[in-house]
Design a protein around this ligand. Structure first.
Ligand code: BG6
Length: 516
């Protein structure tokens, strides 16, 4: 008897739709903030890795906008060093020598019209040299204080709305400091570019496992019928980091965990879990559904639904680490939260009564980002003589550092007695695909070059997310510092799982956080 079987046809991934195979049209990437940290650690390496994977357009230029004293030669050296240090692929001399002459510098002040005129002239000169026009992508990896002026400057130089060759604007976080400033920024950008030209970056959407959440939900038949209040008890979204704030006090002390991670990354994850299935993976349809989910979030009561904490000195991985207020450049009386947790309800037919618990913090025991879908316990327990009821099922999508998903099910332990234990059905990217996931920025840059905005946040989504956190931010800012409990973030020693009130937030509902 033959055991050979016909190969099983693997259905196409409905989300990625052969994106890797599509080659973007000729493009010039104009990098504002080209000598900054993000460019060195993520953006320049992503350009190189795309090149190494054959995913850059055949005709590609990189134009670095710098404010300092760099010229073409010194910037190329800087770019090479950044690529050498941070790209996934080893630097290949043959590839580098193809890329290097395509890198040029324009220098000037983001606020001055001359910069944008020089930029337009440089872009035209590049097209002339190449004998054909290229689309232009402006990537703003600069201080948010310059976002609006830069958009205006580009538009005034004929590089905004209606530009020919076509242009796109990519904007890094933070997108606004609160709802009012986000609206103002959206208005300034909308005055200069069409929304279809605007690509707001939330790098979490570029992560493989985050996209896999959509494939898991909408590419499998078994989850969607259960993906609602009937089967799901609650959802936990965790973005935990063991690192402190490093040398980012200047930014972080004005931001805090709620703005830095919850308003963007964690709420984006929530929107992907909570959204209705889109009719197709079209950028507008996907973002319509995400925005609807965010708009369905019930207004938070800051005193009841939000918790904030701040790390004090402690121990992590055997090392003693300072408290937040002792970090370089942090004021000794800082009230900035390094931990935030929210209890969120999505008021719609699907999710009524299912709490979503969100938490994020620095100096927690480990780095992990995960989405845990906790299912309801069995309605009736038919096994007699059991010490404890079977543990409820749990689906955990692990975004990082372990990329994968596990489904916890109850299993009978071997033996004559009926004893149960939760076991894990495990999917890990590393073992299933035996290939490294691309960096989030590679995926996002490639999509932006292709003009696919599915994984970028739209103006209404960003504003809906600010609407959720704004009342909490205002309440925290308004509380007099001397007022006990509400006036200050609650201390938690570095290396612990966060402040006690975060545990109380769930204990009140008879639940507990997944251990870190
Ligand atoms: C950034 C935040 O957006 O995300 C950082 O500003 C945070 O504070 C980082 O550390 C986390 O990103 P990742 O990809 O390392 O999880």
């Amino acid at each position: 008897m033959s055991t050979a079987q016909a190969p099983v046809a693997v259905p196409a991934n409905p989300f990625a739709q052969d994106v890797d195979e599509r080659l973007p049209p000729p493009s010039t990437l104009v990098l504002f903030g080209a000598t900054g940290d993000l460019a060195a650690r993520k953006l320049l390496p992503a350009v190189y890795d795309l090149l190494a994977d054959g995913r850059l357009p055949e005709r590609f230029r990189l134009l670095a906008v710098v404010r300092g004293t760099y010229d073409d030669a010194s910037f190329r050296t800087h770019a090479r060093e950044a690529i050498d240090a941070h790209a996934r692929r080893d630097l290949d001399e043959r590839l580098w020598s193809a890329l290097e002459p395509r890198i040029d510098v324009v220098s000037g002040d983001y606020g001055s019209p001359e910069l944008f005129e020089a930029l337009a002239a440089r872009l035209d000169a590049g097209d002339r040299e190449d004998g054909a026009p290229s689309q232009r992508l402006f990537y703003l990896a600069i201080s948010p204080a310059f976002f609006a002026d830069t958009a205006r400057g580009l538009c005034a130089a004929g590089l905004g709305r209606g530009a020919d060759p076509p242009t796109r604007l990519l904007i890094e976080k933070p997108f606004g400091h609160d709802l009012a400033s986000a609206r103002e920024l959206n208005a300034a950008i909308e005055a200069a570019f069409d929304e279809q030209q605007v690509f707001r970056i939330d790098h979490y959407l570029g992560k493989e496992t985050v996209q896999n959440l959509l494939v898991l939900r909408f590419g499998n038949g078994i989850f969607e019928p259960l993906w609602n209040r009937t089967a799901i008890d609650h959802v936990q979204i965790t973005v935990a980091e063991d690192l402190g704030i490093g040398r980012r006090a200047g930014y972080y002390d004005r931001a805090g965990a709620l703005r830095d991670v919850i308003q963007n990354h964690a709420l984006q994850l929530l929107s992907l879990v909570a959204m209705e299935p889109p009719a197709s993976f079209d950028a507008q349809l996907v973002r319509d559904e995400k925005a609807k989910a965010l708009r369905a979030v019930r207004a938070l009561d800051p005193a009841r639904d939000a918790v904030r904490g701040q790390y004090t000195a402690g121990w992590l991985a055997g090392e003693q680490v300072p408290g937040y207020r002792e970090e370089e450049d942090v004021p000794a009386d800082s009230r900035t939260e390094t931990y935030a947790a929210l209890r969120v309800e999505v008021d719609n037919w699907r999710w009524a009564g299912v709490p979503f618990y969100l938490r994020s913090g620095k100096r927690l025991p480990l780095r992990t980002t995960e989405i845990a879908i906790a299912f309801k316990p069995v309605p009736h327990q038919p096994f007699r003589d059991l010490d404890a009821p079977p543990p409820p099922n749990e689906l955990v999508i692990s975004v990082q550092p372990n990329e994968g998903a596990t489904l916890q099910v109850a299993a009978k332990m071997p033996g004559t007695a009926l004893r149960m234990r939760p076991v894990q059905m495990d999917f890990q990217y590393g073992t299933s695909f035996l290939r490294e996931s691309p960096e989030a920025y590679e995926r996002l840059l490639h999509d932006a070059l292709l003009g696919d905005a599915t994984l970028f946040t739209r103006a209404d989504e960003v504003e809906a997310a600010w609407e959720i956190v704004d009342p909490v931010l205002s309440a925290w800012a308004a509380a007099p510092p001397a007022e006990p409990v509400v006036g200050q973030p609650e201390p938690y020693p570095a290396g612990t799982s966060g402040p006690a009130s975060a545990d109380a937030l769930l204990a009140r509902d008879g639940r507990a956080w997944r251990p870190l």
